[in-house]
Design a protein around this ligand. Structure first.
Ligand SMILES: Nc1ncnc2c1ncn2[C@@H]1O[C@H](COP(=O)(O)OP(=O)(O)OP(=O)(O)O)[C@@H](O)[C@H]1O
Ligand SMILES: [Mg+2]
Length: 322
């Protein structure tokens, strides 16, 4: 098998705080192949964004990051800010405005980004390149947008422009952290279709982060379900959606409407209880306190990952409930 494009192992992130250490990511292993789409899903606070931000060096000084992440074989966790800016990976955030400086025109923003890799690129060539990228992201009247400022543009349009900007340095890996959550449903569908198309045409590897498991499941090749800073289950999207092994994945699916899934179930059920406090991590399975199938043994230790038909999952007593 080819070496994966991105390979993350034993990624841990904690934050020092006045009331002790907050463990946001507790040992994450995953990889993404060239051209592949990995969906990372899980409830709010499960560590999805922190894990992504760690890869891009976007965490503040109070973050302690350990483990390894290799892009095309090169370690990126220890990379300098300059090396990171030049590396062939890009990120799009939930709030499109986060990708822009409010006092910088769209054209100027593209110019600065394009010159990270080509410092002497003339202004005319920058404008031309930017217009082409905007057109690729299906921004209507692309050339005209270069004179606009972020506040003059709608959220949906700005997110398209943020995607175009992310393509400026010809990434091989695009991480999209809840790229459509702040937008209405129609725009959401259009943007997801755009990401799927860009992925196909550019053979981009895509990491799509969302709390919406069925939505991501429709696009992703593989899914990783996170909870309390850990991967609870990962495998092909069809296996995970149709035959979830981890009770947490089952609970997530039960809590969401999913017209595309064959996983049959009754009415929607919210997951009782709340996510564990990352400042007071307990020794057992993090989902045990909310798990309908939990037994006292579940509280002893975090279950190791087990494998079944290519799916990795964490549960000491799997399959208790079909
Ligand atoms: N800069 C920070 N300092 C301290 N704690 C943080 C920081 N950033 C995130 N956290 C904490 O880390 C944990 C994981 O947060 P993260 O943002 O990764 O969750 P998430 O899975 O992306 O959730 P959401 O679906 O709401 O975006 C949370 O408990 C959060 O409060
Ligand atoms: Mg997040």
């Amino acid at each position: 098998m080819d070496r994966p494009l991105l390979s993350v192992s034993r990624l841990r992130v904690s934050f020092a705080g006045p009331s002790g250490e907050l463990q946001a990511v507790r040992g994450l292993d995953f990889s993404v192949a060239r051209g592949e789409c990995l969906g990372i899903v899980g409830e709010s606070g499960s560590g999805k964004s922190v894990a992504a931000a760690a890869l891009f060096g976007l965490l503040g000084r109070d973050a302690r990051v350990s483990g390894s992440a290799r892009l095309d074989g090169a370690e990126i966790l220890q990379a300098s800010a300059r090396e990171r800016r030049r590396s062939r990976m890009a990120i799009v955030f939930q709030e499109p405005s986060r990708s822009f400086d409010p006092i910088c025109s769209i054209g100027k923003t593209f110019e600065e980004t394009l010159r990270v890799r080509e410092p002497r690129l003339p202004s005319g060539a920058c404008r031309e390149r930017a217009a082409r990228l905007l057109a690729e992201a299906q921004v209507p009247r692309a050339a005209e947008r270069l004179g606009s400022f972020p506040h003059q543009l709608s959220g949906g349009l700005l997110q398209r422009i943020a995607i175009a900007l992310a393509l400026a340095n010809d990434p091989e890996l695009l991480v999209a952290d809840e790229p459509t959550t702040a937008l209405d449903v129609t725009i959401q569908a259009q943007l997801l279709a755009l990401l799927a198309e860009l992925r196909r045409e550019r053979r981009l590897a895509l990491v799509l982060i969302s709390h919406d498991l069925p939505l991501v499941g429709r696009i992703a090749d593989r899914l990783m379900v996170m909870y309390s800073g850990l991967a609870m289950e990962s495998g092909s999207a069809s296996e995970v959606l149709e035959r979830p092994r981890s009770p947490y994945t089952r609970a997530l699916l039960d809590a969401m409407p999913s017209p595309g899934s064959h996983y049959s179930r009754g009415p929607l059920r919210a997951i009782a209880g709340s996510v564990p406090d990352p400042r007071a991590v307990e020794p057992g399975c993090p989902f045990a306190p909310r798990c309908p199938d939990a037994v006292p043994g579940c509280l002893a230790a975090v279950p190791d990952l087990a494998e079944e038909d290519g799916v990795l999952y964490r549960c000491l007593f799997p399959g208790v409930k079909p």
